[in-house]
Ligand binder design. Structure first.
Ligand code: NAD
Ligand code: DAU
Length: 341
């Protein structure tokens, strides 16, 4: 393994992975390949801007020619695919881009990888493929029951990866991460959205009764889990990367407000997300057997994350303009207006 292509490496988790690998493995050359959609952000890669072992290429994983020329130009031997449309609410508003990237894009990337004799292909996936888990903890053998267009598109991508292992013998590994939080997360996701809104004393739209459960994982723990799966995962296997720290959304919301010293009166209960999964929960046993453990508790990780957003207004204020505001209006204007009646 020498030349690693990290697709989607300008996003939240991909950039954490790139920053980690650049520092931890000076012997590798990393190529970040990213379309720079609304969620892609070169500011996330500023810490590696001068690194001798990192190159950035702008491109789309669904563009066969761009993928092919990048494989050849950089003599890629390993792929780690983070590239995806990743936000459930946007998938409900407009599923098209999800199918194009999370299914068709994964297929094109895989197919080119096969034709170029790529050694290992890691597909970064999600606990959402298991669907709602009313009780217990999903293990890697559980059936897929995805409920949103996002979750279904991720399941479709994963199944293509599986088929390339079984049919063509490709060396693939799949990771399924739980809800991830930390620095550089696009402020449409619960924690950075509520944090940045609360800092501006704006209302926090909690969907439904707020008693949906999510399993929280710090982004650095997620990146280290993918690193381990890349280096030690068995071909054809999938590995859950779970924080195993389950919280109600309303409790997370109240923690954010308390840590920012803001009042609970900012909370608004709004119309629920359509098809909203009530609970996600996975077992991390299989990855633990490879030596992974979580290093951040949710309390410490959340405190550090809120401090980061407080200290990096320059990063998020320039995102919360233009397209972001159009999306905010579509997603929240009616919900908040109805809640205030
Ligand atoms: P993100 O939305 O922050 O970043 C996605 C990145 O992919 C962006 O940089 C974007 O520009 C890029 N991209 C999108 N379409 C592309 C295309 N066609 N070609 C090339 N690049 C493209 O997402 P994230 O939260 O960092 O998630 C990364 C991966 O991890 C995704 O595959 C997601 O499904 C998965 N995941 C996320 C979480 C989470 O809680 N955020 C949890 C588990 C798994
Ligand atoms: O579980 C892993 C998944 O976690 C990843 O695969 C996805 O890419 C990632 O976006 C995330 O999906 P969720 O839908 O769980 O995350 P989100 O931050 O959008 O929402 C977390 C919970 O908070 C969910 O139950 C919906 C709720 N929520 C979210 C927003 C944005 C609200 O109540 N209000 C909101 O405004």
């Amino acid at each position: 393994m020498k030349n690693i292509l990290v697709t989607g490496g300008a996003g939240f988790i991909g950039s954490a992975f790139v920053r980690h690998l650049v520092a931890a493995y000076p012997q590798y050359h990393l190529v970040t390949f990213d379309k720079l959609t609304y969620a892609g952000n070169l500011d996330n890669l500023l810490p590696v801007k001068d690194a001798a072992n990192h190159t950035f290429v702008q491109g789309d994983i669904a563009d066969r020619e761009a993928v092919r020329s990048t494989f050849e130009q950089h003599r890629i031997d390993t792929v780690v695919n983070f590239a995806a449309e990743s936000h459930v609410d946007r998938s409900i508003l407009a599923p098209d881009a999800f199918i194009m990237t999370d299914v068709v894009g994964v297929y094109i990337l895989l197919d080119e990888a096969r034709q170029h004799g790529i050694g290992r292909f890691v597909q970064v996936s999600t606990d959402e493929v298991y669907g709602d888990v009313p009780e217990g903890f999903s293990t890697e053998q559980d059936a897929f029951l995805p409920n949103s267009p996002y979750a279904a598109s991720k399941a479709g991508g994963e199944l293509m990866v599986r088929s390339y292992h079984v049919t063509y013998g490709m060396d693939t590994v799949i990771t399924r991460g739980s809800n991830t939080y930390g620095p550089y997360q696009y402020p449409e996701k619960l924690i950075p959205f509520f944090t940045t809104e609360a800092l501006d004393d704006r209302p926090l739209p909690v969907y439904g009764d707020g008693r949906q459960t999510r399993d929280w994982l710090h982004v650095d723990d997620h990146a280290r889990g993918i690193d381990l799966a890349l280096h030690q995962g068995r071909p054809g296997e999938a590995y859950n990367i779970a924080g195993e720290d389950l919280r109600y959304n309303i409790d997370v919301t109240r923690m954010i407000l308390r840590l920012l010293n803001k009042p609970d009166t900012l909370i608004r209960y709004v119309k629920d997300r359509e098809g909203h999964d009530r609970r996600y929960a996975m077992s991390a046993e299989k990855l633990r057997a490879l030596g992974w453990t979580r290093q951040h508790t949710f309390e410490d990780g959340l405190q550090a994350t809120l401090d980061w957003y407080r200290q990096h207004e320059w990063w998020w204020r320039k995102i919360k303009t233009g397209e972001y505001l159009d999306y905010y209006k579509k997603q929240y204007a009616d919900r908040l207006a109805a809640a205030e009646k």
